[in-house]
Design a protein around this ligand. Structure first.
Ligand SMILES: [Zn+2]
Length: 328
């Protein structure tokens, strides 16, 4: 076997900052640096700033570009992984930006793009606590809901890099119209935005809750964070909202388990930081509704990754994830 290059570079490209890191096959970060991104900056300027960050982490770590397998870039928005282009990213004000070609020309290494939810899934698969399996799903419950699906050792991207839109599976065919065009999407019942909206409606209708004190009477200030915290402190309204969201999440996860028969489902995203009650309710629904053999084959866990998940997932594209050990 030929000696493989030991490192990859992961880039986490966000609307307020970009982070670059050199990562080894164990997911250890040798060096990292970041720079601001602003919507007003032209794409050319941001790309040249990213290039400078790459040069700086290489210099800091003493790693030569000849030891780098490639550069992975995790970003929100619509991407094209065949042409390594950002097709549209509202947070950066980008459309049709050939970032892969530009960085590839500058450094002479392969460049691959990956979307946020998929990069979190790859990070868990390559380096996280779920790295022993080739069948895992990462579910993020944040402002919206999304999923990154690894099935049979392959990241499922679909033909247009859009697979895993878990937030837009319909749970009620006649439910509220969603921005995506479908009705009764999971995101309307489970996301951070949905939780805040439901809390505000109930409080407006006169419900008693410690949320009133927390928001000092300004209902518009309530977010999923306060609801999660108050649920953990025993507030009955917050508990019932988290349970209701957990119920719908459980129905959605049952569909997901029936489709992919995963071994591990990893949960991340802001809502899941206080997601104990939500997940307990979801698991109860799964045990009740899911084909029992498939339910018992799946385990559920919260992500243990922190702010580095983006760069680790992007770099993880270049490392074969821990395959199941097969005796030969
Ligand atoms: Zn939708």
């Amino acid at each position: 076997m030929t000696q493989e290059k030991p490192y990859a570079i992961g880039i986490d490209l966000g609307g307020t900052k970009v982070i670059a890191a050199i990562v080894d096959q164990n997911g250890s970060i040798l060096s990292q640096a970041n720079a601001p991104t602003q919507k007003e900056d032209a794409a050319e300027i941001v790309i040249s700033r990213i290039g400078d960050l790459v040069s700086s982490v290489l210099a800091d770590s003493g790693v030569g570009i000849s030891q780098i397998r490639g550069i992975g870039i995790a970003t929100a928005g619509i991407i094209d992984t065949n042409r390594q282009m950002v097709i549209f990213a509202s947070n950066l004000n980008w459309s049709d930006v050939a970032i892969g070609d530009k960085l590839g020309q500058r450094f002479g290494v392969p460049v691959q793009l990956i979307n946020d939810a998929n990069s979190a899934a790859v990070a868990e698969w390559a380096f996280g606590s779920a790295s022993g399996t080739d069948d895992l799903i990462y579910v993020t419950v944040s402002t919206g809901v999304g999923a990154g699906i690894i099935s049979g050792g392959r990241l499922i991207t679909g033909i247009g890099d859009s697979a895993g839109e878990f937030g837009h599976i319909s749970l009620d065919p006649e439910g509220p119209l969603c921005a995506c065009g479908n009705r009764g999407c999971l995101e309307n019942y489970v996301s951070g935005l949905a939780l805040a909206k439901m809390a505000q409606e109930q409080l407006q209708a006169g419900a008693e809750s410690s949320l009133r004190t927390v928001c000092e009477g300004e209902l518009g200030r309530i977010t999923a964070k306060e609801i999660g915290e108050q649920a953990e402190s025993g507030d009955p309204l917050s508990i019932s909202l988290m349970k209701q969201a957990g119920y719908y999440l459980g129905v959605g996860l049952t569909n997901l388990i029936h489709l992919f028969n995963p071994q591990v489902i990893v949960f991340g995203g802001g809502v899941m930081k206080n997601g104990r009650i939500l997940l307990e309710e979801a698991e109860r629904v799964i045990r009740q509704r899911c084909i029992s053999r498939m339910a018992s084959q799946a385990t559920f866990q919260f992500t243990t990754m922190g702010a580095e998940a983006g760069v680790l997932g992007a770099a993880g594209l270049y490392f074969p994830a821990a395959r199941k050990q097969v005796a030969v």
